[in-house]
Design a protein around this ligand. Structure first.
Ligand code: FCB
Length: 443
């Protein structure tokens, strides 16, 4: 059969995503480093340690890998605690370190997409109450301005905050992320302050660099009623969708949002999204239950029974939901970058199919002329997966944490082939994800 191709547009961004804490190593001055110390918080009592040793300089060899594999972009984040180790101190050496890294990217032809906040707060911020404190949004904006001033000659594309909905839910309702609270009032407060923090940072960045493109990275999950005709399942799936998916992007478009019986108004947040970063992994079914589940509401969430799961059951294979997420995002009327997508899979037996199928859905969206501008795999190299420690391996490259040795997984080869062609071809799918050939390229 002759080769068939799903072509991507010229200039489409292809790369991987990383975050400072998860890859840098020796990052001690933030609330995650402290959270890790308390027994029971991280799987198997593990810790981040040296991570991928990017702070020690191994970013160079990993950026080489990205370049050799034909990537043209990379998403990384800046550690607030390194730039501003104390409220009254900027660390210029740390800024120089990031300037070097950004130069390292551009020299290798990797377009930098830079996140300013990816889950970690400096300890001094934590000590004043973290994002529950109404002063923190302005402090965050001041830090953002400082970083943008230093990096603006090489960076035009900024993500203010990564997945603010994740720390709100996991840190203030489920107790799985620091500060480990289960407190709806605190969750609302933090949600509002993250929105304000984004808005203030947006305006501060624009003042420093009017041509900047500023967005945030949004964790999207599909929520469908487990029993489609059940009114309570439907109500709860809708509530999750509003709280998890709609709040932040709608706030950054309109400056106002209604949730439960509250109306939250943040006028300065209106029109503060030049593009939407979409992080997508999996989708849930939602079912009403009579007793309160672990999320404190009368519901439980789970993957469809027949869904294919990643080796540890963390990620479910529902690629069409990525297409639906992109369609949903059209109402915000801004370009979209898929800023994270990927799966844990130490053996790389599931990842190739997962990535190929999701890239195919991105192609479908592009083919409808939806404004999708890029796609980033989470992640380049295995890294410290928050509360799951090192038990979840998301890298295109494997990492031996004892020796720092990297191994190239077949998914890295597959991704390189897609990028070389700027297309998903039948040849690539046949070699790397043969299970998909009949679906994607029917005879
Ligand atoms: C996302 C986070 C990222 C990583 C992936 C697997 O929610 O943004 O840091 O942990 O999940």
């Amino acid at each position: 059969m002759p080769e068939a191709r799903f072509n991507f547009p010229k200039g489409f961004l292809w790369g991987t995503s990383t975050s400072a804490y998860q890859v840098e190593g020796n990052s001690k001055n933030n609330q995650w480093a402290q959270w890790e110390q308390q027994p029971g918080n991280i799987a198997e009592g593990q810790s981040c340690g040296l991570a991928c040793d990017w702070w020690g300089g191994r970013w160079r060899e990993d950026f080489d890998r990205a370049e050799e594999d034909g990537h043209n972009a990379l998403r990384m984040s800046i550690e607030w605690a390194r730039i501003q180790p104390a409220p009254d101190r900027w660390d210029e050496h740390a800024l120089d370190h990031y300037i070097d890294m950004i130069r390292g990217l551009t020299r290798r032809g990797l377009f930098p997409v830079v996140t300013l906040h990816h889950f970690t707060d400096p300890l001094w911020v934590d000590e004043i109450g973290g994002w529950e404190n109404d002063e923190v949004p302005a402090l965050f904006a001041a830090y953002a301005a400082k970083v943008v001033e230093a990096l603006k000659s090489s960076v035009t594309t900024w993500l203010t905050i990564n997945e603010p909905n994740v720390p709100v839910f996991l840190g203030y309702l489920l107790g799985e992320f620091p500060p480990g609270k289960k407190d709806l009032g605190a969750a609302f407060r933090v949600m509002t302050n993250f929105a304000r923090g984004h808005a203030l940072a947006y305006h501060a960045i624009k003042e420093e660099q009017p041509e900047a493109r500023v967005g945030f990275a949004h964790s999207f999950r599909g929520f469908a009623p487990a029993r489609s005709g059940h009114p309570l399942d439907r109500y709860l799936a809708g509530l999750y969708h509003r709280a998890w998916n709609e709040f932040f992007p709608a706030m950054f478009k309109n400056g106002v949002f209604r949730l439960l019986n509250r109306r939250i108004t943040i006028p300065e947040a209106a029109n503060t999204m030049d593009f939407l970063g979409l992080n997508y992994y999996s989708s849930d079914l939602v079912r009403f239950r009579v007793s309160a589940g672990k999320e404190g509401v009368f519901s439980e969430r789970f993957y469809p029974e027949d869904a294919e799961l990643s080796p540890n059951g963390m990620i479910a294979y529902q690629p069409e939901e990525l297409f639906r997420a992109i369609e949903w995002s059209l109402k915000f009327d801004v370009p979209v970058i898929i800023t994270e997508n990927g799966t844990e899979d130490q053996e790389d037996s599931f990842r190739r199919k997962y990535l190929a199928a999701h890239i195919h859905q991105v192609w479908r969206a592009v083919n409808f002329n939806y404004p999708v501008r890029g796609y980033f795999v989470w992640s380049l190299v295995d890294n410290f997966e928050w509360q799951e420690g090192w038990t979840r391996r998301f890298g295109l490259y494997g990492l031996n944490t004892e020796t720092q040795a990297r191994t190239r997984r077949p998914s890295a080869e597959m991704f390189a082939e897609i990028l070389k062609e700027n297309a998903l071809t039948s040849g690539t799918v046949r070699s790397y994800a043969p299970d998909l050939i009949a679906d994607l390229f029917p005879e």
